[in-house]
Design a protein around this ligand. Sequence first.
Ligand SMILES: Nc1ncnc2c1ncn2[C@@H]1O[C@H](COP(=O)(O)OP(=O)(O)OP(=O)(O)O)[C@@H](O)[C@H]1O
Ligand SMILES: [Mg+2]
Length: 225
Amino acid sequence: MENVLELKDVWKIYDLGKIKLEVLRGVSFYIKKGDFVVVLGPSGSGKSTLLNMMSCLDVPTKGQVFLDGKDVSVFSEDKLAIVRGEKIGFVFQQFNLLPHLTAIQNVVLPTLFRGTSFQEKTERAKEILSSVGLSSRLNHKPSELSGGEKQRVAISRALINNPEIIVADEPTGNVDSKTGAHIMELLENLNKKEGRTVVVVTHDAELEKFSNKIIRIRDGNLIKK
Ligand SMILES: Nc1ncnc2c1ncn2[C@@H]1O[C@H](COP(=O)(O)OP(=O)(O)OP(=O)(O)O)[C@@H](O)[C@H]1O
Ligand SMILES: [Mg+2]
């Protein structure tokens, strides 16, 4: 099967004046369509940095990132933003919901600059929110939602543009273990039933069981077991 994502010798080096901080040191791997990937590593090992490269939120200092076979490390900011919007749904660790918007408005937000009518978008947002069990919370603001509900709104927002890849940074990090299990079940369904590629970053080794591919990172290097 085709590689949806491939990293070739990716380096991220922060220039802090006297010090050059090598956060990623020549990372290479690929992800195939339909994979469920868990990226594991201790705090500070470079997981979020790696995730940002994989989801076109940042570009490497050296090396290449291929998305559907295209080298995105040479793309302009604008082009990166377009590719990101089309292909990748990002679930942030801190949810990043806008506090003054309702659940449904938060979900519709990433579609505002796209073709379909507002009514179609709202219908689709409603469908997605219902599919994650939030049909009775459409008009609630984030402050009126529980942690798990907020995370489900964040996942719904990541799904609204129908991305091939869903990338989640510590999706269970801010919810209790029961809600965390629910969230993982949701991501598992998106992978198994809808065939979407899922990448989850975590420091929780428990989540390994959901994956068909594990990427372990330590001090900016991939490690084998
Ligand atoms: N913009 C930046 N400038 C300088 N250093 C940075 C920058 N962003 C991250 N770092 C450093 O890079 C290292 C890796 O950070 P990263 O956020 O990728 O770690 P992480 O594995 O996601 O950790 P955590 O599990 O705590 O979220 C850290 O030591 C961090 O201090
Ligand atoms: Mg992180």
